[in-house]
Write a protein that binds this ligand. Structure first.
Ligand code: C2E
Ligand code: CA
Ligand code: CA
Ligand code: CA
Length: 278
């Protein structure tokens, strides 16, 4: 349908108008998708660099779009965030991730599951109760759950972030700062937040074997994490050379295509179950 001047918000740049119409259409479809079972979670493994053991997985949302195929979050998370639909989407992700954690627990597989939270979710006063209820209903201890918050989201509303993170810590969940190094958090500031993990942004990891500057940034993030008693996690590890450099620098955990891409739960190669067949 062509936009008429009737609505009063007609935009003169035709490309911008198309863009608005596209976004509205996408939002409508996404609203439907959330209620209609079109969302999926893929899981990417993370490994302990000291012993090579699989230590957990990160849940990453996908949209099985009926026409466009499987969409990555870059295609729809912003629309969800801007419209407030992230609340329902995020609730689904949490519920599903906790349900999957319960299935692994039943199989005797000991894995932490990381879930991404956006700035808007962090500000939702119902979030903490939501997480508590989801865990209780499935009988999953909070220690199995890692909540990832980007450095930028943390800084966009530090007061709310502090309250929410403190509540998560009290529950016994792990809190991770995602995309670390890309925002503007001062170290003095970061120190006051109750976080457990620093996830070093993959842009630095990508350059670390060729670029001395990137390598220095990765090294100082690892050092900083250690000094503050936090777990260091390198994301976007794609090569053996990067892995070896990270081991040499004393990084704790690593995640990336070198180890495995995000896949549906049933395609993950799981660590051996505890207590089965000796
Ligand atoms: P992120 O949390 O930084 O997640 C890591 C992203 O890097 C994922 O992209 C992952 O597929 C990709 N990745 C992992 N290893 C490698 C690698 O070795 N090389 C490269 N080039 N990429 C790698 P994805 O799945 O497209 O997710 C993009 C972003 O969308 C995530 O970035 C996260 O911020 C957001 N996101 C994903 N799932 C959710 C969700 O359930 N809720 C919210 N609020 N945000 C989500
Ligand atoms: Ca993440
Ligand atoms: Ca990240
Ligand atoms: Ca990212």
């Amino acid at each position: 349908a062509k936009a008429s001047g009737r609505s009063g918000w007609e935009v003169h740049d035709p490309a911008a108008r198309d863009d608005t119409a596209d976004r509205l259409r996408l939002l409508e479809q996404l609203r439907h998708a959330v209620n209609d079972g079109q969302l999926r979670l893929h899981y990417q493994p993370r490994f302990d660099l000291a012993d090579g053991r699989m230590a957990g997985v990160e849940a990453l949302v996908r949209w099985a779009h009926p026409v466009r195929g499987l969409l990555a979050p870059g295609e729809f998370i912003n629309v969800a965030e801007e419209s407030g639909l992230i609340r329902e989407l995020g609730a689904w992700v949490l519920e599903e991730a906790v349900a999957q954690a319960a299935r692994w627990q039943d199989q005797g597989v000991d894995l932490q599951v990381s879930v991404n939270l956006s700035a808007r979710q962090l500000a939702d006063p119902g979030l903490r109760d939501w997480v508590t209820t989801a865990l209780a209903r499935r009988g999953v201890p909070a220690s199995r759950l890692v909540l990832e918050i980007t450095e930028t989201a943390l800084m966009s509303d530090p007061v709310t972030a502090m309250t929410t993170l403190t509540a998560f810590k009290a529950l016994g969940a792990t809190v991770a700062v995602d995309d670390f190094g890309t925002g503007y958090a001062s170290l003095a500031y970061l120190r006051r937040f109750p976080v457990d993990e620093l996830k070093i942004d993959r842009s630095f990891v990508a350059g670390m074997t060729e670029d001395a500057g990137d390598r220095a940034i990765v090294a100082s993030c690892i050092h900083l994490a250690g000094a503050m008693g936090l777990v260091s996690v390198a994301e976007g590890v794609e090569t053996e050379a990067q892995r070896d450099a990270l081991i040499a620098l004393g990084c704790d955990l690593a995640q990336g295509y070198h180890y495995g891409r995000p896949v549906p739960a049933d395609e993950l190669v799981l660590p051996r179950a505890r207590g089965l067949l000796g």
